[in-house]
Write a protein that binds this ligand. Structure first.
Ligand code: TRP
Length: 362
């Protein structure tokens, strides 16, 4: 069976380092591994509209930002098909048929949807489109017959919903859809990178992000202001690692060679942590180290972004070509789905012949 990746992001802002360690970095590695037959990366503008219906310009203006971030991270249009969700009408059509296979109570139990309803104060009036976006996400994944969906942990309920739809569809109508697997980040810190304020999620609305396109000075300022251990007051005090954002970031970003380059007094992160918990290591020293690590990681991304920023027309054209290709693939699945559901009347000669026969002698 072909190995196919589908994943994507809502275009509601520039992408940040949480996106990077949680998913983008992995995608680029998967892309370059050569192990996958096809890779589809989708800018989920239609999904973004499900909770930004009154702000289409925000979505519209962020498509290019997300595409630039993709290219900056090393996604390569020769190896990965990048496209815009709303330009693939087949996804909407699939969603409509999948809706028959999902109950309202099942959607109400989706933990991600529940959480988002709370965060957006939708309790009193949930838009139907928003409520059903897990179904539309199942359409995104199945339209490309994806076998592998690399996403963050928060997307687990979406994958479960998708798998249920696939099983139900294949049972009721016959095998037409591929059962996908989620691919989560391996590293705990990458799974849920906190904001610089130590809050559980990095998010634009909380103002606690480090963006991929951030300037060096800004990165440094943010790192130096990061939340650490509030009880670690004097350098000699023992420090705590749990909930200490600086160490969480080091867990996510730091590699052996960074010590040789920037902090040769320590052999590795375990030694640094041991010193910190024992006492005698100040936050500033650790933050300066983290700043060096982040600067090294983000510099090539920022530079590549600047190159692509010089040719925005190229980026739009790349998305247009990607969308055209994606549409063809989605159409093939839609044809299979309609055949399985027996709503392909004009292709069904047997049906027409039977109905001709039925009325022949009357
Ligand atoms: N829900 C994803 C997010 O919020 C975006 C998305 C839409 C997606 N469709 C998808 C991710 C299909 C993976 C597969 O970022």
């Amino acid at each position: 069976m072909a190995k196919i990746i589908l994943t994507g992001d809502r275009p509601t802002g520039r992408l940040h380092v949480g996106h990077y360690v949680g998913s983008l970095k992995r995608r680029v590695e998967l892309q370059n591994s050569g192990e996958y037959d096809k890779i589809y990366i989708m800018i989920a503008d239609a999904q973004a509209l499900t909770d930004n219906a009154d702000n289409p310009d925000k979505v519209r203006d962020n498509i290019i930002e997300v595409a630039l971030d993709y290219l900056a991270c090393g996604l390569d249009p020769l190896k990965s098909t990048m496209f815009i969700q709303s330009q693939i009408p087949q996804l909407t059509e699939l969603s409509f048929y999948y809706m028959n296979l999902v109950t309202v109570s099942r959607l109400q139990r989706n933990p991600t949807v529940k959480n988002e309803i709370k965060m957006r104060n939708f309790e009193a009036s949930i838009p139907v489109g928003f409520f059903t976006y897990p179904i539309s996400q199942a359409a995104d994944i199945t339209a490309f017959q994806a076998t592998t969906v690399p996403v963050g942990e928060d997307q687990m309920p979406m994958l479960e919903q998708t798998k249920e739809i696939v099983h139900k569809f294949n049972t009721v109508y016959g095998e037409a859809l591929t059962d996908p697997s989620i691919l989560l980040p391996e590293n705990e810190a990458c799974m849920r990178l906190p904001g610089i304020d130590g809050k559980s999620k990095m998010s634009k609305s909380l103002g606690n992000c480090i963006y991929l396109s951030e300037e060096p000075e800004e990165i440094k300022k943010k790192v130096m202001s990061m939340y650490t251990d509030p009880d670690h007051i004097k350098i000699t005090d023992p420090g705590k690692l749990e909930g200490n954002t600086v160490f969480t970031y080091l867990d996510a970003f730091c590699k052996q060679e960074h010590f040789e380059r920037y902090l040769p007094d320590y052999a590795n992160l375990d030694e640094l942590k041991a010193h910190y918990t024992k006492g005698g290591l100040g936050d500033v020293k650790v933050k300066k180290f983290l700043n060096n690590v982040l600067q090294e990681e983000l510099e090539p991304i920022r530079n590549r972004r600047r190159e692509y920023e010089k040719d925005i027309a190229y980026v739009y054209n790349m998305l247009k070509k990607g969308s055209e290709e994606a549409e063809k693939v989605a159409q093939k699945t839609l044809d299979d789905v309609k055949a399985a559901m027996r709503i392909n009347y004009f292709d069904d000669e047997e049906l027409i012949a039977r109905h001709i026969a039925k009325y022949q002698n009357s």
